[in-house]
Design a protein around this ligand. Structure first.
Ligand code: 6PG
Length: 257
């Protein structure tokens, strides 16, 4: 697994770099497979990602298939919804076909387990032939072209939290939880089965509040949820700002491990 770290002065620079990088990955994926499959998280990511990407006129949005790395079990129009955030910062500004944006179903937000099952089926419908359908996720693991993740100050990523039982979930591709320490408590999340099968994963983190956890993950190799993301046949990227890396022992703007 190749790992690369990039450090930016501010959000603007990071948005610009993400714009070129994501657009480039999309172009390569579309040339190869006639589509680009991406999963995105909530938090600060949609605004940093959307700021410049949404103005990129070279992108063939019709080939994009967008999933959520995790989602809160709230109606899609709720301000807590990751879908709503992404709609505001990206979907409303570009022409991704609505049928290529895969969201939690409004009708299932009060039943997280059913919502997770349904989301797993949505994933399978895009990545596999219906004829291949069965529930054995070891046979059917979607391989995303790119998954974009955030990092919480406690080391969580997606809705995978420290010491939570979902860290050991291997039999599902999408799981539910009703005890998220970060509100709201009910959520669905991709599992490590999907994360670690991706072709590329990038963590995006900014600000002082992330500096300690980034030091714990990268310098100390602590076994926190974000540190467990290790794509077995893919590449891992870290896009951080200066504040987020201020405790990191390696003082550089860019390194590849
Ligand atoms: C969510 C997230 C979550 C997020 C991190 C980082 O829905 O809560 O997907 O995993 O990415 O908490 O969030 P910030 O970038 O806002 O710190």
């Amino acid at each position: 697994m190749a790992k690369s770290l990039y450090v930016f002065d501010n959000n603007d620079e990071m948005s610009e770099a993400l714009n070129f990088w994501v657009a480039g990955l999309a172009q390569v994926a579309i040339a190869k497979s006639d589509r680009f499959t991406i999963a995105i998280s909530g938090g600060s990511l949609p605004s940093i990602l959307g700021a410049k990407l949404s103005t990129n006129a070279t992108i063939d949005w019709s080939k994009w298939h967008v999933f959520f790395a995790d989602e809160r079990c709230v109606p899609l129009c709720d301000p807590e919804s990751n879908y709503d955030l992404a709609r505001k910062h990206l979907f409303s500004k570009v022409s991704i076909p609505a049928s290529n944006i895969y969201s939690i179903r409004n009708a299932l937000v009060n039943d997280p387990e059913a919502a997770a099952k349904d989301y797993a089926q949505q994933l399978k419908s895009v990545f596999f032939d219906a004829s291949e359908g069965d529930d054995d996720c070891t046979k059917q693991v979607p391989v995303f072209d790119l998954i974009l993740l955030g990092v919480g100050p406690d080391g969580h990523t997606c809705s995978l939290f420290p010491s939570h039982k979902l860290l050991d979930e291997r039999s599902k591709i999408v799981a539910s939880l009703e005890d998220s320490p970060k509100p709201p408590p009910s959520r669905i999340t991709l599992t490590y089965t999907v994360l670690n099968a991706a072709s590329a994963i990038a963590f995006i983190a900014t600000g002082d509040s992330k500096s300690d956890v980034i030091h714990r993950i990268i310098d100390k190799g602590e076994n926190l949820p974000s540190g467990r993301v290790k794509p077995s046949n893919g590449e891992l990227y870290w896009f951080f700002d200066k504040a987020a890396v201020k405790m990191l022992s390696t003082k550089t703007d860019h390194f590849t491990l």
